[in-house]
Design a protein around this ligand. Structure first.
Ligand SMILES: [Zn+2]
Length: 410
């Protein structure tokens, strides 16, 4: 009897009846040649079985992924009545929604009004007309993006996505140089990117995701969250009924997607810090619109300026937003203390809450001021952002020094 074990199975040959012609009688049923033949056969069988098992595993994973995507697609799609209500609603003007103002806040706006404000931005920028976006499709897409934000996250939720898009809208609408020099595709990419840039944010930072070895960190390595926001954005853009880019010609489609991706990735503040020196230099030397690199850099900086614009808002909005941001940061800090027994970074450490005004002043000076100063130097129309920032700096400074806020200015 001769046997070989392969790939979890046993192959066995029993009782050879006679020796082959010319083969010497050895007294053994199987000779060395038989053994080699069986071993080689077993290797091939093993490989074949392994391949079948791998294919089965991949097919199973693909089916499982399809089911997950189907569930996600279902949850991201608003009910038909909700889509119809937005589609049939009379969309208020930009003036009445105050979305042309840098001081805009969605605090106090109803859920319906936030969706209508988004539709209004796409209408007033002529994106619906220029890119043949079916109106119902736009409505469904807006409602899907809103659903794509987690409502239990204090700061990085739909309200922040909308506010970021509104700041980009206000900058583009009020700045002639942007209107005349940015291509239609760039405007479309920036609006989609701002509205989608924090989709499915979990209220924790990239460093927390990396430290806790979440699957997102395994997938992307760096800028994990931002890559995920883009993937979610793409998922919604491909979701049946929400395909607002389906009217674009193939060339435009191929151009706009990487633009959206880069713009979303630019909202990682680590990326902003890496690239900003080059932009500040551009602010000194002047922008050359024919240079792709300059345009790309400008788009990235416009993304950051929109993303962190809460710091430029009127004091009562800034104060309320700072509270939301800190409650999200402190919750992460609490988890870090509990899970890793480490002292969180200052801004995430609840024990530092009384130092918030100091930290805000440092944040303004280190992170925000150089950006808004450069932008308002390049585009006069953006100076309200810098002025708002400096007013808030004074308030935070006063709070840091005296513990008093002073009078509220309207
Ligand atoms: Zn953001």
């Amino acid at each position: 009897m001769l046997g070989v074990f392969f790939c979890g199975s046993v192959c066995q040959l029993k009782k050879k009846l006679s020796t082959a012609p010319g083969e010497a009688e050895t007294g053994r049923a199987f000779n060395r040649y038989d053994e080699r033949l069986l071993e080689d056969f077993a290797v091939y069988c093993g490989l074949a079985l392994q391949t079948v098992q791998t294919v089965q595993r991949i097919e199973y994973q693909r089916a499982s992924q399809d089911v997950t995507q189907e569930v996600l697609s279902y949850h991201l799609t608003a009910a038909q009545e909700e889509i119809r209500a937005l589609q049939e609603a009379e969309i208020p003007s930009a003036q009445s929604l105050r979305i042309l103002d840098f001081s805009f806040s969605d605090f106090g706006l109803s859920e319906d009004s936030t969706a209508q404000a988004t539709v209004r931005m796409f209408l007033d920028l002529n994106l619906v007309q220029d890119f043949n976006i079916a109106y119902k499709c736009l409505c469904q897409w807006v409602l899907s993006v809103r659903r794509g934000y987690r409502s239990n996250v204090p700061y990085h939720n739909w309200s922040h996505g909308l506010s970021t898009a509104q700041c980009m809208f206000a900058m583009v609408m009020s700045t002639d140089q942007l209107q005349s020099n940015l291509s239609r595709l760039e405007v479309l990419a920036l609006m989609i990117a701002t509205l989608n840039h924090d989709l499915d944010h979990r209220g924790v930072s990239n460093s927390y995701i990396e430290r806790t070895q979440q699957p997102l960190a395994q997938l992307y390595g760096t800028s994990s969250l931002e890559h995920h926001h883009y993937d979610m954005c793409l998922f919604i853009l491909n979701n049946p009924g929400s395909q607002i880019l389906s009217g674009l010609c193939p060339d435009d489609y191929r151009t706009v997607l990487p633009m959206i991706e880069k713009a979303i990735l630019a909202t990682d503040l680590a990326v902003y810090m890496e690239r900003r020196a080059e932009f500040f230099e551009l602010g000194q030397r002047g922008m050359r619109w024919e240079e792709d690199r300059h345009r790309d850099l400008l788009r990235s900086m416009l993304m950051t300026a929109s993303d962190i614009a809460a710091i430029t808002k009127p004091w009562h909005i800034q104060k309320r937003t700072a509270k939301l941001v800190t409650s999200e940061f402190f919750a992460q800090g609490d988890r870090e203390k509990e899970e890793f027994n480490i002292k969180p970074a200052d801004m995430m450490n609840r024990d530092n809450s009384t130092r918030l005004p100091h930290m805000q002043v440092n944040y303004i000076d280190g992170m925000c001021h150089p950006l808004y100063q450069t932008l308002s130097g390049m585009f006069d129309s953006c100076s309200p952002l810098l002025e708002g920032l400096m007013r808030n700096r004074e308030k935070w400074m006063l709070l840091a020094e005296t513990g008093e806020e002073g009078e509220e200015e309207e």
